[in-house]
Structure formats: structure tokens, C-alpha cells
Design a protein around this ligand. Sequence first.
Ligand SMILES: [Zn+2]
Length: 255
Amino acid sequence: MAAQTYLFPCLTDNFGVLVHDPASGSTASIDAPEAAPIEAALQKTGWRLTDILVTHHHGDHTAGIGALKAHHRCRVVAPRGEAQRIADVDETVGEGDTVKVGALEGRVIDTPGHTMGHISYFFPADKLAFVGDTLFSIGCGRVIEGTPQMMWNSLVKLRALPDDTRFYCGHEYTKANIRFAKTVEPNNQALDARAEEVDKLVAAGKPTIPATIGAEKAANPFLRADNAELAKSLGLAGAPAWKVFAEIRERKNRF
Ligand SMILES: [Zn+2]
């Protein structure tokens, strides 16, 4: 049976998302920004929380874990490299490990850069990816603990997922990301198309995710750092892709 998802806002601009296996009734929360909206989402869906799958240690992804675990006795799965910095962890995972949510099978992908131990979860049967603060729609996370080269390699791994993979990220930053992306690639038609779509979604009060990896590859400059035209336009013709990525990231930091 196909996985079901339920997306909702948390904190100021975080996303909460539940992943539900209808066959077993198991439900995972991807990260836990705060307990109350996750409890409300469980009430609304009638789903029972069995697991929390953590992408990284930042407080706006983990603050709700303690209360949720106390209430639901759910299992907490966290990145191996950051378990010391996350409360109430039951299981640690890393690259290539399998995480089950009932009958649903997720694969762990190491995606360091935003934090050193950041991981993403990919459910191949449903082509669903949960990428935390590594990839955003038309953007990417700040490189806080790692290096630009490390972050670029992580983005390349996510970019290699099937084009029809729907990905869920940690924040609703899409509109601001588009404003910046247009300064980097003003003539990218895929970006214009995404901007139009996002305007409609925002006007209707809807979230701008999930997006697909295929559409994202065409429009997100952070996934396009190995595009020769783009490198040239930034004055970096022939430079390694990670350097082009670092330049785009630096410009975004100053934007
Ligand atoms: Zn973060």
C-alpha cells in the first residue's frame, strides 16, 4: 500500500510532515519542530505516532521530541554523527541503512554540510524524500558546520534520485529563494515557470512543497553549479562545480 503524507506548518516557517503506512497503521513524524502542531496533525488524521525520524540536531527540528516521546512512546531515529546532541534517541543510522515505518522502507542518505551529521530519508517504493535543511525548493541550507564542497556533494546525491521523487524540506523559504535565484539565472525559463506556480500556491494559502527532483534540477541554481553557462555568467568558467556552488551560496548569504 502506498505511503500517505500530511504536511503542516510549525514554528515561524518550519514544515512538519507525517508519513503514514496504511497497512500497519504506523506513522512517522519527520523531525519534531514543536509538539503541539504535530499532536494536532495526529488528531486531525487519526494516525498514531510510532516513530520520529530526525534529519539533524538543530533545535527547530528536535524541540518537540521529548514531549512526543513521553506521550506516544514512539521510537526516535537520529543521525549517527549527531546522536549526542539529540535527546531521547533510540536508534542511530547512517548512509545505506534501512529505516522501517511499518511496512514502508526508507533508505538513509548522508547529506552533510548544513550540519556535519545531517541525513536524508528516501522511500524508493513511494519515491518520497525527506531532506531536512539540505535542499530547499529553489534553494539549499546554509553551510554551517561543513564545507561548500561537502554540501555540493550532498546536493549531487539528492539530485541523483529519480526525477519523479517528491521531496519535503524543513522550511517554507521558496518565495524568497526565487527572488534570489532570479539574480543568478535571470533567463532560466524553468525558474520562471516555478515562480508562477509558487505565486499561485502562496496566493491560495498553500505550501509550495513537495516539489519534484526533476523540476528542481531545472530551476534551482544550487543544483546547477556544474552548468557551464551558469559558471561562465558568474565569472567562473572552467572552475570546479563546488567552487561555483560556493560562490552562489556566498551571494545568497549576502542577499
Ligand atoms: Zn537546520
